[in-house]
Write a protein that binds this ligand. Structure first.
Ligand code: MLT
Length: 237
């Protein structure tokens, strides 16, 4: 029997699914999973997803770089925020990072608490590398969108649709969320940036006068040829 692929629009819906024994891909296009992919491309050692800024700061004494974002903003006193541009800094190569973000790290930890057998990090940046890995892993897959505070968001769902579309020949799906995500991606794929710039998250960036164009950066395809995955408590490659 072919393996199945499901899409979960927000972490709040994940407990409604059978997670145990499946591979969960955590998706947070703007920007946690995009930033984690860039961090490993730059050569960081490992990334520790943590729940709170306070817990994150504890790891400073273990020579970790501490990265914290809440409501899109980098928190004062931390080494890094959540823009992928920050993770291109060659000075982070070889370092370990403790990371907490509004949605992305929460989704990773929830997948672990629900006993996923594998937890992978997905973004448009590593789309092909991710699909190659999923096609060889021989397990059913849940594409978990981090969303925004347990609400649906456009960019994560579009990416999930891109993965469903890419893997349609080898995975079955009886999940309406996957069907809808795929159709959404197919209807928008020729103008992805145009649509994502209308999303609530892109508007949040505009309101906050973000200094970098994280939307354009995070919609690039296949600039990262690796798939970070959770191993114990740490994300590694
Ligand atoms: C998140 O992890 O919640 C998002 O990436 C937030 C952000 O970085 O703007």
């Amino acid at each position: 029997m072919a393996n199945n692929i499901e899409v979960v629009y927000t972490p709040a819906l994940l407990p409604m699914h059978e997670v145990k024994g499946k591979t969960v891909v955590v998706i947070d296009i703007l920007r946690a999973t995009s930033s984690v992919c860039v961090a490993f491309q730059t050569g960081v050692g490992k990334v520790l997803p943590v729940a709170t800024p306070e817990e994150c700061m504890v790891f400073k004494e273990f020579d970790f770089l501490c990265a914290a974002e809440r409501n899109t903003l980098k928190l004062d006193g931390f080494d890094l925020g959540n823009s992928p541009f920050e993770y291109q800094n060659p000075l982070i190569a070889g370092r370990n990072i403790a990371l907490t973000t509004t949605n992305g790290t929460k989704a990773i930890k929830m997948a672990k608490e629900l006993h996923a057998s594998n937890i992978l990090i997905g973004s448009f940046l590593n789309l092909s590398a991710l699909c190659d890995k999923l096609s060889t892993i021989n397990q059913s897959v849940i594409l978990l969108c981090a969303g925004w505070k347990d609400r649906f968001n456009l960019e994560d769902t579009l990416f999930a649709g891109a993965v469903v579309n890419e893997l349609s020949a080898i995975f079955e799906t009886d999940c309406d969320a996957a069907l809808a995500a795929r159709q959404l991606f197919l209807s928008m794929q020729d103008n992805l940036e145009h649509w994502v710039r209308q999303s609530s998250h892109a508007k949040r960036f505009q309101l906050l006068h973000l200094q970098t164009d994280d939307v354009a950066f995070c919609l690039q395809r296949n600039t990262v040829n690796l798939v970070p995955m959770l191993h114990g408590e740490y994300i590694i490659v």
